[in-house]
Design a protein around this ligand. Structure first.
Ligand SMILES: Cc1ncc(COP(=O)(O)O)c(C=O)c1O
Length: 427
């Protein structure tokens, strides 16, 4: 197909995610990628500074991941995962568990972050059903984003992302986002909900709420919240779909707290972007409630592609690459550079707040409108950087870097310089 044909058919027939069908620029055609770069049909080389929706930790078209995929494709590409098993799934499970709290016992596989959340919610709710206890409600944090399926939307902040479906979402108790000034209020509300004895689980994005604008909160607050949950026998469900695999500086954001989650959802970086995958890990105590031969008590969930061997083989390879010293050192390097840059621009006139946690760095711009995903300065920021061959995808007036771990220090410095230049254009 020539490029004009691709554009014509795309414009008419392809439905892109989170994209209006009218009034948006023609999307560049990406022909290939390598490392940090995306190459387009019109001859541009674009730095992917958001790891393509926080996924590609090892950059694009990674040869080791491609080799693992090819080897598995010529061995076993797919098999029904009910009644059968295979080595890549078992190998991956051991690796995933090695990053989970020691008390975790089983991992359930799906295809994306939203379904990893669904499985965790269903596991938590059915756990109490199997135990014969009446705990049916979930507590979540205002502004959370846990995905786009109905369960995941229900536990997410109620906002423009799900307005059209609001009457169909199940009832969830929300606590305020624990910003510094709301920490006490958030804990108080949490305990009030826990005291009802009706709460099955508390779901949270540990330390950083991603889609709501890279909003960061303290590990001390989360430690206290998790301790409260344990006190009231509420399951703790960490959504590490975004924060997992080094994003906050440690392998999992949950590593910062002493009190550990009972359920953890993973996705995004788990395969380094080579294949789609979700995984949900469960504590042995939760698993125990399902260890009964009665089929009416089994976890009522499954997908055609659950534990697809190609996906598992790639995830095993990606795991090894992530745990290697070179990658861990890069995570540390990015963390340090982000911290330095945040300090440098924190007092810029146009900056409401600059913040970082691990490999995530975010800048919240001052505007005359409120901080929101729908803040219209978003398009200006996006186009500014894209026209300079840097892909950032602002969340309204918050723009951020979540780079692949293949980025070099000099490349990051170049991006920081461009950010400073951009801020100066706003004066
Ligand atoms: C914290 C969190 N949970 C869940 C999801 C949903 O993942 P997916 O888009 O793969 O369904 C996302 C996606 O951005 C996320 O950031």
């Amino acid at each position: 197909m020539n490029t004009s044909e691709i554009t014509r058919i795309d414009k008419k027939h392809v439905w892109h995610p989170f994209t209006p069908l009218q009034g948006v620029p023609v999307p560049p055609i990406v022909t290939h990628g390598k490392g940090l770069s995306l190459f387009t049909a019109d001859g541009r080389e674009i730095m992917d500074l958001v790891s393509s929706w926080w996924v590609n930790i090892h950059g694009h078209a990674n040869q080791e991941l491609a080799d693992a995929l090819y080897k598995q494709a010529t061995t076993l590409e797919h098999v029904i995962f009910a009644g059968f098993t295979h080595e890549p799934a078992v190998d991956l499970t051991q690796k995933v568990l090695s990053l989970m709290p020691k008390s975790h016992q089983r991992v359930f596989y799906t295809d994306n972050g939203s379904t990893a959340i669904e499985v965790g919610l269903k596991g938590a709710l059915q756990y109490w059903v199997n135990k014969g206890e009446n705990k049916k409600k979930i507590v979540a944090i205002e502004g959370a984003y846990h995905g786009d399926t109905f369960g995941a939307m229900s536990v997410g902040g109620r906002n423009g992302f799900n307005d059209a479906f609001s009457s169909l979402l199940f009832d969830v108790d929300f606590i305020p986002f624990p910003s510094q000034k709301a920490e006490w209020e958030a804990l108080r509300k949490l305990e009030t909900y826990f005291e009802t004895g009706e709460i099955a689980a508390f779901i949270y994005e540990p330390l950083v709420q991603g889609a709501s604008g890279m909003r960061m909160y303290s590990e001390e607050w989360l430690e206290k919240a998790l301790q409260l949950a344990k006190k009231y026998q509420v399951l703790c469900f960490a959504d590490e779909v975004f924060t997992g695999f080094g994003r906050t500086g440690r392998p999992m954001a949950s590593d910062y707290m002493q009190t550990k989650p009972d359920i953890v959802a993973l996705s995004k970086a788990i395969t380094g972007g080579m294949m789609p995958m979700g995984a949900t890990s469960f504590d042995a105590e939760v698993v125990k409630a399902f260890e009964i031969s009665d089929p009416s008590k089994m976890l009522m969930h499954g997908h055609s592609y659950t534990a697809n061997p190609l996906t598992c083989a790639v995830a095993v390879k990606s795991f090894g690459m992530f745990m290697a010293d070179a990658c861990q050192e890069k995570v540390e390097l990015i963390t340090g550079l982000h911290q330095k840059f945040v300090k440098k621009i924190a007092n810029h006139k146009q900056v409401a707040e600059a913040r970082s946690r691990g490999t995530i760095m975010a800048i919240e711009l001052k505007t005359d409108k409120e901080t929101s995903y729908f803040n219209s300065i978003r398009d200006k920021i996006y186009q500014y950087f894209l026209s300079r061959n840097m892909l950032m995808r602002p969340l309204g007036n918050v723009f951020y870097l979540v780079p692949p771990y293949v980025i070099e220090a000099a490349q990051l410095e170049k991006v920081y310089k461009e950010i400073e230049a951009f801020l100066d254009t706003l004066e």
